[in-house]
Write a protein that binds this ligand. Structure first.
Ligand SMILES: Cc1cc2nc3c(=O)[nH]c(=O)nc-3n(C[C@H](O)[C@H](O)[C@H](O)COP(=O)(O)OP(=O)(O)OC[C@H]3O[C@@H](n4cnc5c(N)ncnc54)[C@H](O)[C@@H]3O)c2cc1C
Length: 393
């Protein structure tokens, strides 16, 4: 819809008295953490979402495991584990009630995968210990191989954690249809032409990005599902194999997966929702008394290269018009859109990445610090210009 709203609001056009220093759009875990970090740095902020409650998007569906990534020391593993250490401390310091430090066991998928764990070992920078098959049996975990036990890891109560952060910051229900910049401040308009103003904008809109040309970031959604089951099973630790199974926390065991291949993952299947997930879980723990209480389904948004997207947003129309040779490999200086930022692409690890990404974003906005190149969306721009079929037409 093309809105034609005349721009008037309580903040005067062109003067330096902004209604807000920053408005953050989207109250998932990314937006909640960004709002919290900016407020902690003294900014006058407003968090908005089209929904009246936080975590109505992918964040509400998350199993919200906060655990390290294992592997052979890839750059993504290094960054993930830096974020993991930060997230753990962040939740324990600010929101300990909603972070359950159950420990998370990483179980090899099969005997072949178990062999790889020996190669992964030297890249486990977070505190861990080996657990044998026998010890896993005593913990109620069957069909396993020797595994890694990250005792400091845990599970957030996803919507409750988002709500706890959301309660610390000013919030308004507002669906942003259009953003306009007048050279001094941003105007956020909804379908009714109501307007909010701020100096900076942070886009934390998850997999939906209709507000700007952000094709170069390649944000796309992947379905995930989760079921919460009531159970009396004495399961004290959380675990991840091909799917995640939480410890029994207050009578609830969460079972979730972030890569659901089904075309309609949110549909009830023959009256047995999440049947496949439960079947997989039953190979891991005793599921005989599990009763499905609630199902969740959501999109998590990932970037082209699986790294988060945090920092300034490119002025794509300007770059293409000013430097047409960019599509043939030219490397001109980059121009960003004034005071527009993004915090997105957190993939299957939003609860791990969000606190550190929010802190880096706040340092960038408030202190003018350069964004870490690993997460700055700039990394994807020139390649997109050269390779994208969108631009060939
Ligand atoms: C089943 C499942 C299991 C998962 N398990 C884990 C896990 O164990 N550990 C982990 O760390 N991560 C997990 N994740 C991933 C995690 O959920 C995501 O990375 C995270 O939710 C991304 O949060 P977000 O804030 O970027 O997006 P979202 O939570 O989708 O939030 C985006 C928000 O923007 C709002 N919005 C969009 N457009 C507008 C607009 N124009 N105006 C106003 N508001 C707007 C939406 O309403 C929404 O609330 C899981 C995800 C799923 C689906």
């Amino acid at each position: 819809m093309d809105l034609d709203c005349s721009m008037h609001s309580h903040a005067e056009h062109g003067n330096e008295s902004f209604s807000y220093d920053t408005i953050i759009i989207g109250a998932g875990i990314a937006g909640c953490c960004a709002a919290f970090a900016l407020q902690q740095k003294g900014q006058k902020i407003l968090l908005v979402d089209r929904s009246g409650v936080p975590a109505s998007g992918g964040s509400g569906a998350a199993g919200a495991f906060v655990s390290p990534k294992i592997g052979k020391g890839s750059p993504l593993q290094t960054l993930t584990n830096e974020a993991y250490e930060y997230a753990k401390d962040f939740y324990l310091k600010h929101f300990p009630k909603y972070f359950h430090q159950t420990g998370v066991i990483r179980i090899p998928k099969d005997a072949e995968d178990a062999e790889k764990f020996h190669l992964y070992e030297e890249f486990n920078n977070s505190q861990y210990r080996w657990v044998s098959k026998e010890e896993l049996e005593t913990l109620g975990i069957k069909n396993s191989e020797n595994s890694f036990f990250f005792e400091g890891a845990g599970v957030c109560d996803a919507p409750v954690m988002c709500r706890a952060i959301w309660e610390q910051v000013p919030f308004e229900q507002f669906e942003v249809d259009k953003l306009k910049y007048d050279g001094t401040q941003w105007h956020l308009l909804n379908a009714q032409c109501s307007m909010l103003n701020a100096k900076h904008i942070v886009l934390s809109t998850g997999y939906q990005n209709a507000l700007f040309d952000m094709r170069y970031m390649g944000v796309k959604g992947t379905w995930g599902s989760r079921g919460d089951y009531s159970s009396a099973l004495d399961l004290k630790v959380s675990m991840h194999k091909s799917i995640s199974v939480s410890a029994n926390i207050n009578g609830i065991i969460k079972i979730g997966a972030t890569h659901v291949k089904s075309k309609e993952p949110c549909m009830v299947c023959d009256g047995e929702p999440l049947k496949a997930l439960l079947e997989t879980a039953s190979q891991m723990v005793d599921t005989s008394d599990l009763v499905l209480k609630e199902t969740f389904c959501g999109m998590r948004s990932g970037s082209k290269d699986y790294f988060p997207l945090v920092g300034k947003v490119m002025d794509v129309p300007f770059m293409l018009e000013e430097y047409p040779t960019i599509t043939r490999g030219a490397k001109p200086p980059l121009k960003h859109i004034d005071n527009l930022f993004i915090c997105n692409g957190l993939g299957g690890r939003g609860f791990v990445f969000a606190p550190l990404m929010a802190e880096w974003l706040a340092e960038c906005i408030v202190e003018g610090k350069e964004m870490d190149v690993r997460v700055s969306p700039d990394r994807l721009f020139l390649k997109w210009c050269r390779k994208s079929t969108d631009l060939k037409h």
